[in-house]
Design a protein around this ligand. Structure first.
Ligand code: ADE
Length: 222
């Protein structure tokens, strides 16, 4: 998979791309991630990317020209163009699975007060990561990249994401490691039994109970 991210703040991605699972996925050539500075696509002699809102109002608005030129330079028939905005559809694990099947994602990060409305015409989908407003689309683009890349074949154990929270509309079951007794808190006996059928039943029951208690809305969906 290839992921192209258009941002005004490419430095924000340094740590994200050079650590842990995302780093390894790139090294194994499972994903190629490129960060493009929107400013590099500005045709303005001063590399201007924003201007005042026509009709008045506060803040600056991203101009369409640099974003249109960037998307047109990167887009192919395999591309899915995603605009990050609090007005988009709310991101979830189902959308992550859907995006993990695409060959090429182009993520457009808005910034400042907003972007020119005509930029929306470039997007196949507009995504919000939740009902709150961030200073820009950079963190949302990292969230989408992270959640999609971990689903690609060869990135992490298949087992690990089959059991993820939200698959089958259930939260993940609790897991434990050594020691068996930590400050008086015991690992449930059944997990030490070696009986895998019983362990599976226990985990399923725990996942259902946890979901009932914390996210009954998920159970209603299933
Ligand atoms: N840009 C600013 N806030 C955002 C949000 N919640 N989701 C996606 N992009 C955003």
């Amino acid at each position: 998979m290839k992921i192209d991210i258009l941002s005004l703040f490419p430095q924000m991605y340094n740590g994200f791309l050079s650590e842990s699972i995302i780093k390894r996925a790139q090294e194994k050539n499972i994903v190629e991630i490129n960060i493009h500075n929107i400013r590099d696509y500005s045709s303005d002699p001063h590399k201007k990317v924003d201007d005042y809102p026509i009709g008045g109002g506060s803040g600056m608005v991203l101009m369409p020209q640099p974003i249109f030129d960037a998307v047109e330079a990167l887009k192919t028939s395999d591309s899915c163009v995603i605009l990050l905005t609090p007005q988009g559809k709310t991101y979830n694990q189902h959308i992550a699975y859907d995006l993990a099947n695409k060959k090429h994602l182009i993520l457009i990060c808005g910034h400042y007060e907003g972007f020119d409305e005509r930029i929306r015409t470039l997007a196949d989908v507009e995504i919000s990561i939740g009902d709150y407003v961030l200073t820009g689309g950079e963190i949302p683009s990292m969230i989408i990249t992270d959640s999609v890349v971990r689903l690609l074949d060869g990135v992490i154990d298949r087992e690990s994401h089959i059991n993820d929270s939200f698959n089958n509309n259930l939260l993940d079951y609790p897991v434990y490691t050594k020691p068996n007794n930590f400050r008086g808190m015991e690992v449930p006996e059944v997990l030490l039994s070696g009986n895998h059928k019983k362990i599976d039943e226990f985990r399923k029951e725990q996942a259902i109970n946890k979901t009932k208690e914390r996210r009954p809305d998920l159970l209603e969906k299933s």
